[in-house]
Design a protein around this ligand. Sequence first.
Ligand code: 5GP
Length: 206
Amino acid sequence: MERASGAVLVLSGPSGAGKSSLINKIFNDLGDCYFSISTTTRPMRVGEEEGVHYHFVSEEEFKKDIENDFFLEYAVVHGNYYGTSIKPVKEALSRGKLVLFDIDVQGNTAVNNRLGDITTSVFITPPTLSELKKRLQNRSTDSEEVVERRVKMAKREIQRISEYDYLIVNDVLDDAAELLKLIAVTARVKMSNDEINNFVQEWEDI
Ligand code: 5GP
């Protein structure tokens, strides 16, 4: 996929890790950024809005978008489809923006396969599994069954932390936010293969 001078920052981690709170906290300090709003077939939670948290669609619509090659990546998470639309990401990258993704481990693999040279990835987790469970229960937007499913999933996801560039343990939100800001700054200056090749070429020509 073509790239101008933008960069990608992937954030993954179990639901309840506090990714959304972190993103909301630092978003205005990150400079020229685009947060990728995913498309999902999951039902809308209380407090969520169409086009803000997700684009909520039917399974039929989602499958049509897959056929039309609309997604940079998509995956089934907790039994629902989630996907990242290519078009707005391409546009944001061509404008030199830092593109933020909140996607799962499967999505991180797919994004790295396509945009690995401009991608920095961060896994965000609460300090312990019991803390995660407590946060999910306190959120009270999901049934006990859904909470259990998410906890089980978290145990599996945590096994794949080594696939990420950084790990942030979100214990104290302010500390985690400071760390994420630093990582976002470095993500922007990560050099793409094109930039490296051009630099070497120009350097030799001088
Ligand atoms: P939730 O239902 O709690 O909003 O999200 C469940 C999981 O789906 C989270 O781990 C979140 O990062 C992931 N997710 C959200 N959007 C996407 C997406 O577009 N692609 C992929 N692969 N995962 C996503």
